[in-house]
Design a protein around this ligand. Sequence first.
Ligand SMILES: Cc1cc2nc3c(=O)[nH]c(=O)nc-3n(C[C@H](O)[C@H](O)[C@H](O)COP(=O)(O)O)c2cc1C
Length: 180
Amino acid sequence: MKLDETIKGRRSIRKYQDVEIPDSVIEELLDLALHTPSSMNGQPWHFIVVRRQETKTKLAEIKNRYCPVEKQMYRADFLKDAPVIIVVCVDKNKSYDREVENAVLATLNILLGAFSRGIGTVYMSAYKPDDSRISEEIRKALRIPMSIAPITIIPLGYPDETPEPKTIRDIKGAISYESY
Ligand SMILES: Cc1cc2nc3c(=O)[nH]c(=O)nc-3n(C[C@H](O)[C@H](O)[C@H](O)COP(=O)(O)O)c2cc1C
């Protein structure tokens, strides 16, 4: 698949077929993630691959507990039904004060690599800037050391839904030239 088609075709998928994704495919995606640019080339990533049902259910429960009222349409129940979840973490000591950016860029490579292989994903956050409790709970559930920060959670599975088409805003409204 061409890169433009991958970028334009990717959609969030929240319903998955009950079909396993082999470790070899997950490792291909994580290899793509390791090719992401990173601050000072620190390559600070650590990926936790979760397949155990008990852990997936725990992650869904934590995400739901911190889901604000206005985002209830995006409750995280589907997390427990994903065949596999990747939690993208970064080593704080190798992030050069750019923990979030380093993790988010790597996450995008995983999302795009997954889509180009027919695998559905959704971007989800593992932290809140103004409330450390969610990342602390995730840290505890996954036994993540203090020097490592969980930043995103990506459920993966072969899609069992086709999202409604998405309207993309007019490009003219998103650009100005030379100054704002
Ligand atoms: C920072 C960020 C946080 C998001 N958090 C959630 C989430 O908690 N739950 C969820 O279902 N989707 C979440 N999403 C996915 C968005 O809802 C989705 O990308 C958006 O609706 C656009 O749809 P698309 O991905 O199909 O293009 C998040 C996306 C981003 C970029």
